[in-house]
Write a protein of this length. Structure first.
Length: 268
């Protein structure tokens, strides 16, 4: 029996235009009314999850920053937080800068309420990045960016793909860090042991829910651990090949309400 549903947002629950259909909203309401826990689990920082959560009129618990923070909303009180500490952050950054041309760095602090970046990062931001205006990003030198704990640190360049950066990052021998490709135009570095799976497992333990009682949806590399761990791991049709391989089932694409279609079957 499924007691908790965890779903990624971008590329999974959200359509390509970043909206949620009325059908999906209704199915989520029906799911929650049935007593099943519904947990958005995103690579996004909490700050940039807010607009999505408003769309679905969500109250409850969310997993943000790839699992670095598990937070109740709308109170924004954290249940669990694992931060990347300054020393390992700087070690990773230094090693990456040696190998990756044009690399610039930003850090997400205070559950995503604060974004700091070194000069040059803002110029690479695309419209809508981080749900912030460039003038809202505090600029510091690299030492300042790496001087405080962060829920995640962002490594960005236009000269090397994120997939290539991630492949190289996995070869680094640096303790107390986790890294992932979340499908965004930057590599994401978190604290030790941080994944969506680790966060959902911790939440489930607190709720006395077994992995076999979890259904999880995802589409990208940062969803792999969760898809493999959950009792039922589901990839959307548009997912990365590795996510499809990791999943137990494949549902329709994000633009075709794939998550809601399968949840509707669950509610029958």
């Amino acid at each position: 029996m499924i007691k908790l549903v965890a779903t990624d947002l971008d590329g999974t629950l959200l359509r390509t235009d970043k909206t949620v259909s009325e059908y999906t909203k209704r199915i989520i309401r029906d799911l929650v009314d049935s007593g099943i826990q519904f947990v958005p689990a995103s690579g996004r920082q909490l700050f940039s999850m807010r607009n999505v959560l408003r769309q679905i009129e969500f109250t409850g618990t969310v997993v943000s920053a790839n699992g670095a923070a598990v937070v109740d909303v709308p109170s924004e009180i954290a249940r669990f937080v694992t931060e990347l500490q300054p020393d390992p952050m700087r070690r990773v950054v230094d090693l990456m800068i040696e190998q990756v041309p044009g690399l610039v760095v930003a850090a997400v602090r205070d559950l995503g309420r604060v974004l700091v970046a070194e000069p040059g990062y803002v110029e690479l931001m695309l419209p809508g990045d981080h749900d912030r205006n460039p003038e809202d990003v505090k600029q510091l030198d690299l030492a300042g960016v790496c001087s405080e704990p962060s829920v995640k640190t962002l490594l960005r360049t236009t000269q090397v793909s994120v997939a290539e950066m991630y492949e190289f990052a996995l070869t680094l021998d640096v303790e107390h860090v986790s890294m992932t490709d979340a499908g965004a135009p930057f590599l994401e570095v978190m604290g030790p042991g941080v994944t969506k799976q680790s966060a959902i497992a911790q939440l489930c333990e607190s709720l006395d829910i077994a992995p076999s009682e979890v259904m999880a949806f995802g589409d990208w590399v940062n969803d792999l651990e969760l898809l493999r761990w959950a009792g039922v791991g589901v990839a959307v049709e548009n997912a990365h090949p590795d996510a499809i391989a990791a999943a137990d089932r494949v549902t329709a694409a994000n633009d075709d309400d794939g998550v809601a279609r399968l949840l509707a079957e669950l509610l029958l």
